[in-house]
Design a protein. Structure first.
Length: 432
């Protein structure tokens, strides 16, 4: 993909459905008793992988564009798959399916592509073993052979890492465990699982303690089918928020974006650097906050922020948006420093190394740390950059190309389809 600079962005954008919520909507609808209609289901390849895995487990699923129909089989109504379940590039699919499959009375195998097979699965294998689940792996990597058991044994967890995928995996396993399973979350991560379980009738308990939030679920709980509306993906919105904020005379409106408080760290971060982002028409759908976002090119980016450091607890809130935040840092007075983001090393690529490498190719002044990076305000130059097969790297540097002098070529840009197949067409349509 070759991209040249643009003067400004203008228009109204309807983004695809939120990837995190779409994964959960499909899985939880399959676990429910009854039929579910899911509207605005994500167009991403990752979420298609989740649907295919569920079909492989005997779940009847049909799709009409962005609308998905699921006939729930209940918590233990899945059938033994005839072949391996391919999670593609999706870590969410693999980790959450581990929680579901651990509590079934059959064996199953989860596989993934080359990138997913390198991602750490010890974080779900070890805690599930404490519930008497047995998972075989290749040195804690996929393929994973899950020897299902029902019921599992409930357990009280205090995870060492802040991970919504781990938390969700354990709560899903808890639905098929004898007793009450709890997860103590010391640093808040995205809470789509908790919201959706409650929406589907599960009596999920959330108790504030001195050490964090204790989230508990009983194995006696039943999910009741209920139609679900998926908001547009705030992580996809982030690329357009940055592009428009950094280009004078830009104005775009992003429709029906998910505004879950555990996901809006990106909006807070951009505003702290002077980005002009306004929330319009805020409402609630399927237990999730939704609204329109209007962003204008901001003169305020020329003023130095109170602090250029992004780190600590907010990192868990905006972990997926850090690559585009680093690009944003090249356009802000004083730049940006990102710390406490070691988790980026084990995403679809080593995102810290990938961002640093590509920023250097484009002439940015950037320093790499084990847990993050620091980038200074820089005049970017067109270059050949590498997506490293990572959708968020590809999209972040498509935005960087809009600010750069000359032409930028992105190697393996098609990997953007993992989360946002329409990304490049959508971007082209608002560039002026």
């Amino acid at each position: 993909m070759k991209i040249n600079s643009t003067k400004y962005l203008h228009g109204t954008i309807n983004l695809p459905g939120d990837k995190s919520i779409s994964h959960r909507a499909a899985m939880f609808s399959a676990l429910a008793e009854g039929e579910t209609k899911i509207t605005n289901f994500a167009s991403s390849a990752d979420c298609a992988s989740t649907l295919e895995c569920l079909k492989g487990l005997g779940v009847e699923i049909s799709r009409e564009g962005s609308t998905v129909f699921v006939k729930g089989v209940g918590k233990t109504g899945f059938t033994k798959p005839a072949k391996e379940l391919d999670c593609g590039n999706s870590g969410t699919t693999m980790r959450l399916m581990c929680g579901i499959l651990a509590g079934q009375n059959f064996d199953s195998v989860l596989t993934g592509d080359e990138s997913l097979s390198k991602r750490p699965m010890k974080r779900v294998i070890e805690p599930l073993a404490l519930m008497n689940a047995k998972i075989d792996s290749i040195e804690n990597h996929a393929p994973l052979t899950i020897h299902g058991k029902n019921p599992l044994t409930a357990h009280a967890f205090e995870p060492k890492i802040a991970s919504a995928q781990l938390k969700s995996c354990l709560l899903l396993a808890g639905l098929n465990a004898r007793g009450e399973t709890s997860v103590l979350e010391k640093t808040q991560t995205r809470d789509h699982t908790e919201r959706m379980l409650k929406y589907l009738g599960v009596n999920l308990q959330e108790t504030k303690t001195e050490n964090g939030t204790l989230i508990s679920v009983s194995g006696k709980e039943v999910l009741t089918a209920k139609d679900l509306n998926v908001p547009s993906d705030v992580s996809s919105a982030a690329f357009f928020l940055v592009a428009a904020a950094c280009l004078k005379d830009s104005e775009i409106i992003l429709k029906n974006v998910g505004l879950n408080p555990s996901r809006t760290g990106i909006i807070k971060a951009l505003r702290s650097f002077g980005a002009e982002i306004e929330i319009l028409n805020e409402t609630e759908l399927s237990n999730e906050l939704v609204g329109d976002l209007r962003v204008r090119g901001s003169e305020a980016l020329t003023r130095k922020a109170e602090t250029n450091l992004i780190g600590g607890e907010i990192i868990a809130n905006l972990i997926d948006e850090i690559p585009i935040l680093a690009v944003f840092g090249t356009q802000t007075q004083g730049g940006i420093e990102i710390r406490n983001a070691e988790e980026l090393r084990v995403k679809e690529s080593d995102r810290i190394a990938a961002v640093v490498e590509n920023l250097k190719r484009m002439g940015a002044k950037v320093e790499e740390f084990q847990d993050g990076l620091r980038v200074e305000r820089s005049n970017l130059k067109g270059a050949t950059v590498d997506s490293f097969g990572d959708h968020r790297i590809a999209m972040a540097f498509a935005v960087a190309a809009l600010f750069a002098e000359g032409e930028t070529e992105i190697i393996d840009a098609e990997c953007a389809a993992v989360s946002f197949p329409e990304f490049f067409d959508t971007l082209k349509n608002v560039c002026r």
